[in-house]
Design a protein around this ligand. Sequence first.
Ligand SMILES: [Fe+2]
Length: 280
Amino acid sequence: MEITPSGQACGATIAGLDLSKPLDDTTIADIRAAWLEHHVLAFPDQQLADDDLERFTLAFGPFGEDPFIAPIPGRDHIIAVKREAGELAPLFAENWHTDWSFQKDPPAGTCLYGITIPPTGGDTLYANQHAALEAMPDALRRRIEGKQAIHSAKNAYSPDGTYGEADRAKGRSMDIRPSSDAEATQLHPIIRQHPETGREGLYSCIGYIAGIEGMDQDEALALLMELYQWQTRDEFVYRHQWEPNMLVMWDNRSVLHRATGGYEGHARLLHRTTIGSQPA
Ligand SMILES: [Fe+2]
């Protein structure tokens, strides 16, 4: 396999593999090593059926648990990230986040396979949170050191959240299922070591962080906003451009990501799986 780094803050393209065939252990280990180094891997020109996407995902861990979005018919672990050509609902996942960080054991990674890709726009942005922490001014770092963030999906997936009942009325094509379960909270350290590499990074951001343990709420939100501005600076960002038949896998423990628009009038469809966290 041939690895070409993006030249940006993270990301690499992998050529020379056919992911429609089972991979041997050496190749899986090589992909994992590249994933841990580059955080976002793109595999262009792959003809993948849903079975292939599932087999690839399972080479890197168990499936994650995906709440709030119904799987596609006939599959338990694949969701469709889609938008109709004429869809008027706000863009899905346009705010920076890392997938399901409000879970006790959030997914280690996400795999996303491009099926219908518009001719322009629809880039996915990734922000390298190891780089963001390493470059962080000491004064800001001291304010978050040792702090636990209170994660919750409530702003997104509770019945009155961004993707709640009002959103359903806007004709969104994605099968989102808001629930009061989204109001649950989960603590994670703001600065934490990557469980596989040991490298320190910032974990998640204000999208799924609703407060900071032991801190006044106004003070916490101001700090989380300031942190967010730092976490998503251009210098930490890789802009990923999609092609049809491209698979991307990213490391939710290392990067934030967000969707972008710019493809009005065009349909877009990708199939997504999550890689669950490895047993310790
Ligand atoms: Fe996401």
